[in-house]
Design a protein around this ligand. Structure first.
Ligand code: GLN
Ligand code: ZN
Length: 770
């Protein structure tokens, strides 16, 4: 039999049990024992599910209460010194609070310890806690979680394959916290801990161990490649007969192929979704005793696997390697897809026709198992029926009238250079906009949302349940908008916003109004810790049947002579925060969205809106992992933004907003977007992020965030003024706007108003001294 391999399974639980248990524990509502039991329950369910699905190599250790990289830091004892006061001893009970302190910070008993830094896991929307390293750091086995979980499964009668983050990726994903060394210098002291873990696992009865090395999909220098060879030589020696699997994913191996293929391990997992076609370069080079785990089922997206297409690939591998050296697997851990499609029963948001094209984690296990049987030819009786059903789904999707809209495709094909360029350069637009808008120096504005209070959210919930009529909901939202506009007028915000009260989420709100989007009820994916997101499904050609935001924006504008800023989500963000169709190139979908947004921008202008903001917080997120692919992505992202923003007159001012972004290497592309004003998050970096704009001599207007909206803290006037003075020192005064870092939806009204009053006061002082 061909063997099936799974790399990891979602640990949030299909109803987000982990999120709920974690948050209950943090709030002191359940005990540590109860939380630990909840984790155990999820693991048990996942293992049984995988066993019943016919997976041969079932992962253990992939469960995590917060993050698998943090688990690894704890395993090897990489505990930054500021937490040492919390280390009371070993054992899962005592470990847990230390663990959460590292993840979330610790403010209790007069102690105030900051959390570890969090950053994006490769190009996913998952965030990991960045390991911290110091010079000459020593490691030692601390957490025995991976051994415990292997044993736990064994007690249930399930032989698992422990999963570890490999030593090289662990080091490479971390950060040096002081100068004078490189984190790879620490390899020698790290490896013995891994060696000890492997030996312990072997003693407990493990046969295979999976070492995740996703960094093998990145651009690596010579030193890192050498370190790979050295490390795995050492581990193979220490493994004492244990069989090692190195798992790579999120990209093809590219120029790391020789390094990866020649590591002294038993099996290598490759991502054949991202690295489509790479198999044929690898096959002739696979050493005679290496097993290849073929990642053919997409672990990053929710589309049903095309069995026939996968079988072609699998058979090509079988012809070269033979049955004993081919495993079937998802492309990466299933952490990045929702748990179970069977839970989706609301035909209004996810019509059955579309549901038939999808597979979530549980369904993907069945796909892996089916493919194993089909390729093996030793299938059970109804495998042929499943193959036929799969073929029918693929055909139904390919020809579906739900997906294909000729006019949309044609419009994308007809896009011209002129469509994505504003007719006049910024220098010519700016004076016209000044006349049109009549704003003071250092104009004040906000990023869009005002507090989404429980009350506002309850209106939407009641509307959904039918407890509020459309008209009643409308009135309530209008009252909230009016209150917000009046307050901004009184406070002296020069460019008010309507507050985004009518929106549940900046992507979902527009997705619901566009054709081509579907939604799930339970399609949750872990973003970080207990936070989950529910990305919409972009399944078909995108078009905009009606105005989306014009109603609320015009209403808001009717309340005040000040220019109210219209608020839209940009095409890159609409794409990036969704599950995107895989039956056409991503950029085709991107341009379709861009055209839909463009129409909305034009409609807003026609309705008398003079300033329109197109948010692109996810602009950088889609950046490919390999440098060689990045410029093409950036070119398309810039073009999409310009396509959406260039349909207006010179007098209309286009804003964009980006948060959490590094701009260093992409500042030229940001400038090419040619937004009249860009607002960015800068307060937490004390305006340091602005230097990139200054050095580049960024030509258009900039609103560097003057306070951190993530914190309830009210920034004093002097503090804001200090930051503004700093900004003024590097950016010409006539280019500067004054605004917070991001939207205010998570703040209370008290916090939002107090902070904004101080912000307006700071701008006033700045004007008076000019
Ligand atoms: N306009 C959005 C808001 O103010 C922007 C959110 C974001 O950047 N993530 O909430
Ligand atoms: Zn933001």
């Amino acid at each position: 039999m061909l063997r099936t391999n799974n790399l990891g399974y979602p640990r949030i639980g299909n109803l987000r049990q982990l999120k709920k248990s974690n948050e209950a524990y943090w709030a002191g509502k359940i005990s540590r024992e109860e939380l630990i039991a909840a984790g155990k329950g999820i693991r048990r369910e996942n293992w049984l599910l995988q066993r019943d699905a016919g997976i041969d190599l079932i992962p253990s250790g992939d469960f995590s209460f917060y993050d698998q990289v943090l688990d690894t830091s704890l395993m090897v004892g990489a505990i930054p010194p500021r937490y040492h006061q919390l280390v009371e001893g070993k054992g899962p009970e005592r470990e847990l609070d230390l663990y959460f302190a590292m993840a979330r910070g610790y403010q209790r008993d007069g102690k105030d310890i900051t959390a570890m830094e969090m950053t994006k896991w490769f190009d996913t929307n998952y965030h990991y806690l960045v390991p911290e390293f110091t010079k000459g750091q020593q490691f030692g086995l601390f957490s025995e979680k991976v051994m415990d979980e292997f044993y736990e499964a064994k007690q249930l009668g399930i032989q698992t394959k422990p999963v570890l983050l490999g030593p090289l990726s662990f080091l490479l994903l971390g950060k040096e916290k002081e100068g004078g060394f490189h984190r790879l210098d620490l390899l020698d002291s790290l490896l013995p801990v891994y060696g000890e873990v492997l030996q312990r696992l072997k003693k407990l009865g493990a046969e295979y161990v999976q070492l995740d090395e996703p960094c093998l999909a990145l651009d690596l220098d010579k030193r890192s490649r050498q370190a790979y060879r050295k490390a795995y030589r050492a581990l193979a020696e220490q493994a004492a007969g244990l069989k090692l699997i190195v798992a790579t994913y999120f990209e093809g191996l590219g120029d790391n192929a020789n390094t990866a293929l020649n590591l002294p391990v038993q099996a290598l997992h490759i991502d054949l979704v991202r690295g489509e076609g790479e198999l044929y370069q690898l096959l002739p080079k696979v050493p005679h005793d290496l097993i290849l785990s073929l990642g053919v089922v997409d672990g990053r997206n929710i589309w049903k696997n095309d069995y026939e297409k996968s079988l072609l690939i699998i058979r090509d591998a079988l012809n070269v390697l033979g049955k004993d050296r081919v495993w079937i697997a998802p492309s990466c851990s299933l952490l990045h897809v929702p748990c179970d499609l069977d839970l989706e029963t609301d035909e209004k948001t996810l019509p059955p026709g579309i549901k038939d094209w999808l597979a979530f984690a549980k369904q993907k296990l069945a796909e892996v198992s089916d493919l194993g049987k089909l390729a093996d030819g030793s299938g059970d009786t109804d495998i042929d029926a499943r193959l036929a059903a799969n073929r029918r789904s693929q055909q139904a999707r390919a020809g579906s009238r739900l997906i294909h809209r000729h006019a949309v495709k044609q419009r994308v094909q007809g896009i011209t250079e002129a469509d994505s360029t504003r007719p006049t350069p910024f220098t010519g637009r700016k004076p016209k906009q000044q006349v049109n808008l009549g704003l003071p120096d250092f104009p004040t504005t906000t990023i869009g949302s005002f507090p989404q209070t429980g009350e506002v959210r309850s209106w939407r919930a009641r509307l959904k349940k039918g407890e509020l009529s459309g008209a009643e909901y409308d009135t309530l939202i209008k009252q909230e908008i009016e209150k917000t506009i009046r307050w901004q007028e009184q406070t002296g915000i020069d460019v008010p916003v309507h507050g985004e009260f009518e929106r549940n989420d900046m992507v979902e709100y527009f997705g619901e109004q566009l054709r081509g989007y579907a939604f799930t009820g339970y399609g949750w994916v872990q973003s970080y810790g207990s936070r989950c997101v529910k990305p919409p499904i972009l399944y078909g050609d995108v078009s905009r049947p009606e105005d989306m935001s014009v109603y609320w924006s015009s209403y808001s504008q009717s309340l005040t002579p000040r220019p109210v800023k219209g608020m839209l989500t940009g095409p890159v963000t609409m794409l990036q925060w969704s599950f995107v169709r895989n039956d056409q190139p991503r950029h085709d979908t991107l341009f379709q969205i861009a055209l839909a947004i463009r129409d909305e921008v034009v409609a807003l202008e026609r309705a008398g809106i003079k300033i329109i903001q197109i948010d692109e917080p996810a602009f950088r997120e889609g950046l490919p992992l390999r440098k060689a692919d990045q410029q093409l992505y950036l070119d398309r992202a810039v073009q999409a933004f310009k396509l959406s923003s260039s349909g207006v007159r010179d007098e209309t001012q286009i804003h964009t907003h980006m948060c959490y972004s590094e701009f260093n290497d992409i500042i030229g592309d940001i400038a090419r977007m040619d937004a009249d004003v860009i607002t960015i998050e800068t307060s937490r970096s004390q305006m340091e992020l602005l230097d990139v704009f200054a050095d580049f001599k960024y030509p258009n207007d900039i609103g560097p965030g003057v306070y951190d909206i993530h914190s309830p803290r009210i920034p004093p006037v002097e503090e804001i003024l200090f930051l503004l003075e700093k900004a003024k020192a590097v950016i010409p005064a006539e280019q500067l706007w004054v605004n917070p870092d991001c939207g205010l939806k998570t703040r209370t009204w008290g916090e939002a108003t107090a902070a904004l009053e101080n912000m307006v006061e700071a701008a006033r002082i700045l004007r008076s001294v000019k």
